[in-house]
Design a protein around this ligand. Structure first.
Ligand code: ATP
Length: 277
C-alpha cells in the first residue's frame, strides 16, 4: 500500500479581509502520484498549496505530512519534504551562478559538504542543467530558469514537488520540455502536484485531477472521467481540451489531447490509404 504523504482533512481558510478561500476541503496525496490541481481563478488552488507549505495555517481542519501534523512546522521545515516552485522563477532566483543557486537550499538545511555536492549534481543532471553550472541564472531563458527553480527544490531531496502554473508564459516547446521533465521526475519516484488551468496538460500528463470551485472540492478522480463527457466541467470554469471538443464531433474518435488526436487521425488516414491502395 503506497504511503500517504499529504493528508489535508476538512480544511478551511479565511483571509484577514473575511474572504473564505477554502471551505471543508479534503485532499490526500499518496507517494508516487502525479496530481493536477485545477479550478478557475480564485477557486482556492494557491491557498491550498500555501497551506500545505505552512505559509498559511488553516482556520479549521488539519494537515499532516507523512503522518506528522504540520501545525507546529515552519516553511523551512516543510522545504525538506515539499519543494515549491513558483509560477515566476524570477521570484526564487537570487544567486549569481546556477551552482550557487541550486546549492543554497541544501546548505541552509545543514546538509554536509558531501551531501550538498551529491544532491546538487543529481538535481542538475535530472534537470539537464549540468552544462550551465557556471551560468548567471538571470540571463537564462524562462524555460531554463524554471528548471533552475526545480533543480533548487530537488537539491533539498523533497518527496514531493508542488508547481504553481509552471508552463504559463512559456512557449509550447519549453512547456513540453518541462512536462517531460516532470514526467521523468515522477518516474524517479517524486510525487507531483501541478497547479494548472491547462486541461491539455491534465489530459496528457497527469494521473489524477482535483478540481476546486469557490473554495470547495468539486471533483477528485481520473482525467478520463473528468473529460469523459458526462460532467459539466464548464460550470466549474474549465475549458475542455480542444482535442476532446473536436473529437466529439468525429464519429468513433475519442482523444483527450492534441497528441492523441494526431495519433488517432494519423492511423485512420494510414488505414484508409492501405484500404484503397
Ligand atoms: N492575500 C489575500 N487576501 C485576501 N483575499 C485573498 C488573498 N489571496 C487570495 N485571496 C482570495 O481568496 C480566494 C482564493 O484565492 P487563490 O489565490 O487561492 O485562488 P487560485 O485558485 O489560486 O486563483 P488563481 O488561479 O487566480 O491563482 C480568491 O477569492 C482570492 O481573491
Amino acid at each position: 500500500m503506497p504511503e500517504i504523504l499529504l493528508d489535508i482533512q476538512n480544511v478551511s481558510y479565511t483571509y484577514g479581509n473575511g474572504k473564505k478561500a477554502l471551505d471543508g476541503v479534503n485532499f490526500t496525496v499518496t507517494a508516487g502520484e502525479f496530481v493536477a490541481l485545477a479550478g478557475r481563478n480564485g477557486s482556492g488552488k494557491t491557498t491550498l498549496t500555501r497551506l500545505a507549505m505552512t505559509l498559511l495555517k488553516p482556520v479549521g481542519g488539519s494537515i499532516h505530512f507523512q503522518g506528522q501534523s504540520t501545525a507546529a512546522l515552519t516553511p523551512a521545515d516543510m522545504a525538506r519534504s515539499i519543494g515549491y516552485v513558483f509560477q515566476n522563477p524570477d521570484r526564487q532566483i537570487f544567486r549569481d551562478t546556477v551552482l550557487k543557486e541550486v546549492a543554497y537550499g541544501p546548505e541552509q538545511l545543514g546538509f554536509s559538504q558531501n551531501d550538498v555536492s551529491n544532491s546538487v549534481n543529481w538535481a542538475l543532471s535530472m534537470t539537464g542543467l549540468t552544462e550551465l553550472t557556471d551560468s548567471f541564472p538571470r540571463s537564462l531563458s524562462r524555460g531554463q530558469k524554471q528548471k533552475v527553480a526545480i533543480a533548487s527544490a530537488l537539491a533539498m531531496r523533497p518527496k514531493m514537488l508542488i508547481l504553481d502554473e509552471p508552463t504559463s508564459g512559456q512557449d509550447p516547446w519549453d512547456a513540453q520540455n518541462l512536462m517531460n521533465l516532470l514526467t521523468s521526475l515522477n518516474k524517479e519516484g517524486i510525487t507531483i502536484i501541478l497547479v494548472t488551468h491547462d486541461m491539455e496538460l491534465i489530459a496528457r500528463y497527469t494521473g489524477r485531477a482535483v478540481v476546486l470551485d469557490q473554495g470547495r472540492k468539486v471533483f477528485d478522480g481520473l482525467p478520463d472521467e473528468l473529460f469523459g463527457g458526462s460532467l459539466d466541467i464548464e460550470a466549474w470554469g474549465l475549458v475542455p481540451p480542444a482535442a476532446l471538443a473536436l473529437s466529439r464531433r468525429l464519429p468513433g474518435v475519442h482523444a483527450k489531447s492534441a497528441a492523441e488526436l494526431v495519433e488517432l487521425l494519423g492511423s485512420a488516414i494510414r488505414q484508409g490509404r492501405e484500404r484503397y491502395a
